[in-house]
Design a protein around this ligand. Sequence first.
Ligand SMILES: Nc1ncnc2c1ncn2[C@@H]1O[C@H](COP(=O)(O)OP(=O)(O)OP(=O)(O)O)[C@@H](O)[C@H]1O
Ligand SMILES: [Mg+2]
Length: 283
Amino acid sequence: MNIIETEKLSYKYDDGSYALRDVDLTFEKGRITSVLGANGAGKSTLFLNMNGVLHPTNGKVRFCGEDIKYDKKSLNELRRRVGIVFQDPDDQLFSASVFQDVSFGAMNLKLDRSEVISRTESALKRVGIEHLKDNPTHALSFGQKKRAAIAGILVMRPEVIILDEPTAGLDPMGVSSLMGLLKDICRSEGATIIISTHDIDVVPVYSDYIYVLDKGEVLKGGTPEEIFRDPDALRAHNLRLPRIAHLLEVLNKADGIDLDFSKSTISAARRELLKLIRTDTIL
Ligand SMILES: Nc1ncnc2c1ncn2[C@@H]1O[C@H](COP(=O)(O)OP(=O)(O)OP(=O)(O)O)[C@@H](O)[C@H]1O
Ligand SMILES: [Mg+2]
């Protein structure tokens, strides 16, 4: 089932430039979908249209099969069910302390005080900043702000979580634990996760499906294997293969070794290489 769809979605900024043109996309419930695209491709504009922060110039956004409505009540309901973590955490954080900020969304759901506290503590723990709960938000590092902004969405337990470059600015362990957390929320709680990222190496590890945007248009959609099978098309649009797949591509094209370079995770590439070694093809 598609939880969010866009139909001929176009968005024009006030200066008259189109950031999105006739974008038709479907996001399946319970999957992790990544949206790739060079700087300025339109990823953030797309996401802001998907939870009603921006209003399409033309076309539609549908949530659970129904056109989004833009009155205040409908938008509040939509944003409770479709949470967005903005690209810049300073656009998201506004309370004095981390605990206040992260708990804000849960307070708005009018939950019991004990439930608000337990959700907030659990979200802080899941993003690894429970020790900072009493700190002022303005004094956090960039990566800590990013984690606080993510926790502020997790407390609401939305059905869809849209994250605009969630890994930017996180340390390597932070990237792995965030992506592991998102996968867990998706697989065990059935949430739908939509992310944009320039971190190509993590994309095949966590994505069920990928869309590639360029200059406000959809270039392609497919599974990671389908997308990474055509590296020249990616390069033509300022993207690249994951490093693992690039190594296999060099072995294939420069050294003439017969292997499938759409295998872009360590485990898939390892299987591909072991197959060759075990059949003595390269010896
Ligand atoms: N407020 C604005 N006013 C005018 N044009 C804008 C505005 N915000 C974005 N744009 C333009 O819209 C296009 C899409 O921008 P958008 O921020 O959606 O891209 P993006 O894919 O998220 O890029 P990045 O990877 O850098 O975050 C760009 O050409 C950008 O210059
Ligand atoms: Mg962006």
